[in-house]
Design a protein around this ligand. Sequence first.
Ligand code: SAM
Ligand code: DTB
Ligand code: SF4
Length: 336
Amino acid sequence: MGLLMNIVSSPTAAQNPSDSDTETRHDWQQDEILALFDLPLMDLVFEAQRVHRLYHDPNKVQLSQLISIKTGGCAEDCAYCSQASTHKEGTGLTATKLMEVERVVNAARKAKQGGASRYCMGAAWTSPKDRDMDQLVAMVEGVKDLGMETCMTLGMLSDHQTAMLKDAGLDYYNHNVDTSEEYYGKIISTRTYQDRIDTLSRVRDAGINVCSGGIVGMGEERRDRAGMLKTLANLPSHPESVPINMLVAVPGTPLENVEALDPFEFVRTIAVARIMMPKAEVRLSAGRQSMSEELQAMCFMAGASSIFYGEQLLTTPNPENNKDLALFEKLGLTAV
Ligand code: SAM
Ligand code: DTB
Ligand code: SF4
């Protein structure tokens, strides 16, 4: 534990855990992050749970529900994605136009009735077209009127588009860095890592909460998982939400046969994210459909404070509500 205490907190923080600023850092070095990953799992999870309890109720989990408001036919070439039009084999997905506002709001109402508190609307775009903005604004307003938090993920945004979404009342914008800067080129060639960072600063500057994380299990090394978390934690402000996705290996994508990640390495990634970004919501995101209840419980122990809820993510399945609620009951967790 000596090494651990050196890495994660100053003596002041250990003596005075209510002093929040002593635990919020933006100067993480790769070797310290790897040292966290290298800890015995019990030490790592214990420390993550300690940090988690400083800022979060350990028995509450936030529920966000997704909807794909425009599916498929995307001009980007993200190797993991079912919606990229470039994947030669094809993922069998039918591309759709932007959904009508009423359909989105009706689906959000159902999600709220089912227990979700945040509604996350995703579009398979490089960036929105200006002609779509009025429809997107109406979606944000309609979902907010239901008393839900709103989130959108639409690709890159211009300053003007960001301002329109902020004025509509958008609470969160999701845009993931996806992996480390070094591994990024193996996954996406159509936009740069810096493009993503620029979008995140535009969102931050507009006063919208930032949701940014990435995917693990894409054949990357541990140093890439560490590098991804370093990018996120060393942003000028930590993202308010950090989705950690386990790759859903979709047939027809270049990553369909990638070797599955060891589940304990996934737990480690959640724990290190929790320690590095103590106040953020760390979301146990894609991949839960193929996770055991025990693995999900370990992710909550490691500091995951949120999940995607509802039977569908964007294009792939997610556990049924009843199954999630039964797990919460068994673990004594309350959905918020
Ligand atoms: N097109 C927009 C963009 O890329 O910013 C928004 C939607 S995109 C599907 C949102 C995120 O979902 C991606 O950045 C990626 O992290 C995650 N994602 C997509 N496909 C995935 C998969 N097969 N497995 C796990 N995560 C995935
Ligand atoms: C995020 O990090 N994960 C969500 C959300 N942000 C938009 C998307 C997961 C998509 C999983 C694959 C699919 O369903 O297409
Ligand atoms: Fe398009 Fe987003 Fe999929 Fe990349 S992740 S191909 S940008 S929908």
